[in-house]
Design a protein around this ligand. Structure first.
Ligand code: GDP
Length: 445
């Protein structure tokens, strides 16, 4: 899903790579391209406008971080704006003070409501609740049967009209289910309601009647993410006709362009609570705006890296290191260990390296780089005494054997590390203060 949007955005960011500074013209051109990418993804126009205005303003303002290069800065801003559009912190399900909590599901036919009812019931049960599923969709042939099957799979009781009672009255069923839930000590009632293929007055009235009968704590609108912006108009109709308190995006496993996902929050003013990602009951998760944003950007690792680059390589550390090298001081194994730890904090080493200028294209090869190797080096240095770390020359044969033993490696591994370190030390000496620390990408000195 979101493939086109992801591709477009990463193409836009690639163009920024190698730029030392962003001019206003760069920002305008970038904003224009992001706007097109969003429109192409079928994001609602008012949402696009707000998004672009925010990106431009932030890119122009001087919230420029020393730790990031221009491409990273724009990625960071776009990521944060995506998170905002998707709901910021997000919101969790609201529970009634006095059980049962009543959750009513609404949406068009085929949006994935009944499936969601089963998923939600299974998930809530897993959290220790005692949910009751209510079959109040008496419109769609076999919706009741489908819910019963899902309830069976989830191990959750299904309240349904007696078979043979004709079509029955969904409002009646819904009302009676609340009484049943109280008697049976169910703390959550999930009411599946009927959908139509399009919005009509009768359907909206029925939904409103059910709402009045069950007094829900949450009215969740289920929206098929594949339908795009169109679905958002339906959401508006439900918001006005029934009043919704939250949204669930369904079919996010398909090749949704992103339009519905990115528009629905702003258009309805209601948070996205869950994401439905497949036909199976377990294909379901709490919706996390930040995770979704990084999925849209298709660069989750890079984002983590950006965040951690800002934290790990704070200017203090850089200054300390630069001063040390400029002052002709030795780069010791202790410093090396500090750097290793800082880099390691930033995530898998292959990703860290991939962020370094020019290494991005080598992602496949880098993926083979082994984090355990990295950790082994750390372990070896940790097995050394402080004296050995500052002055590796004293590490003779018996010390090597002791270190190898202590860190669970061979003497050959220790030798290899020491040789590499000696090389690095020489190089550091030559480079002196010119050295840029790894991870921050292009940095201003
Ligand atoms: P309802 O009419 O709103 O109750 O919709 P259903 O729950 O019956 O779902 C309609 C169809 O979409 C069914 O074939 C479901 O299996 C399928 N479906 C529901 N949710 C998802 C989802 O998240 N991913 C995929 N791929 N299919 C889904």
């Amino acid at each position: 899903m979101f493939d086109t949007l992801s591709d477009r955005l990463s193409g836009i960011f690639t163009k920024l790579r190698g730029k030392g500074r962003l001019t206003d013209a760069d920002i305008d051109a970038t904003a224009r391209e992001i706007r097109l990418a969003l429109l192409e993804a079928d994001v609602a126009l008012p949402v696009v406008k707000g998004f672009i205005a925010a990106v431009k303003e932030r890119a122009r303002s001087s919230e420029v971080s020393q730790a990031l290069n221009p491409a990273q800065q724009i990625i960071k801003i776009v990521n944060e704006e995506l998170i905002t559009v998707l709901g910021g912190e997000g919101r969790r399900l609201q529970f009634a003070k006095q059980p049962p909590t009543v959750i009513m599901l609404a949406g068009l036919q085929g949006s994935g409501k009944t499936t969601l009812a089963g998923k939600l019931a299974r998930w809530l049960k897993g959290q220790g609740h005692q949910p009751l599923l209510v079959a109040a969709d008496l419109q769609r042939p076999n919706a009741v049967g489908q819910l019963q099957v899902l309830g069976g799979r989830a191990g959750v009781e299904v309240y349904a009209p007696e078979p043979g009672n004709g079509t029955g009255d969904p409002v009646q069923v819904a009302r009676a289910s609340i009484e049943h839930a109280k008697r049976a000590a169910r703390d959550i009632v999930i009411v599946d309601t009927a959908g139509r293929l399009g919005i009509d007055a009768e359907m909206m009235q029925q939904a409103a009647d059910i709402r009045d009968a069950v007094q829900p704590d949450e009215v969740i609108f289920v929206i098929d993410a594949m339908v795009g912006q169109d679905a958002v108009r339906t959401a508006e109709a439900f918001r006005d006709g029934v009043g919704i308190t939250g949204v669930v995006l369904s079919k996010l496993d398909g090749d949704a362009r992103g339009g519905a996902a990115l528009s629905v929050r702003e258009v309805t003013g209601q948070p996205i609570l869950f994401a439905s990602t497949g036909e199976k009951l377990e294909d379901f998760d709490v919706f996390h705006p930040d995770r979704m944003a990084s999925r849209i950007l298709g660069m989750g690792d890079v984002l983590t890296l950006i965040e951690q680059a800002e934290q790990a390589f704070d200017s203090d550390q850089k200054e300390k290191m630069t001063a040390k090298l400029m002052g002709g001081e030795q780069f010791t194994l202790e410093d090396f260990l500090d750097q290793l730890i800082a880099v390691r904090r930033m995530g898998p080493i292959a990703n860290v390296l991939a962020m370094m200028p020019g290494m991005g294209q080598m992602k496949d090869q880098l993926a083979e780089l082994d984090d355990t190797h990295f950790d082994r080096v750390t372990a070896i240095i940790r097995s050394m005494t402080p004296g050995e770390r500052t002055n590796p020359k004293i590490i003779n044969g018996s010390r090597r054997a002791r270190i190898a033993n202590g860190s669970g490696v061979t003497v050959m591994d220790v030798n290899q590390l020491l040789n590499r370190f000696t090389d690095a030390q020489k190089m550091m000496k030559q480079m002196g203060g010119m050295m840029g620390l790894p991870g921050g990408g292009r940095r201003k000195a």
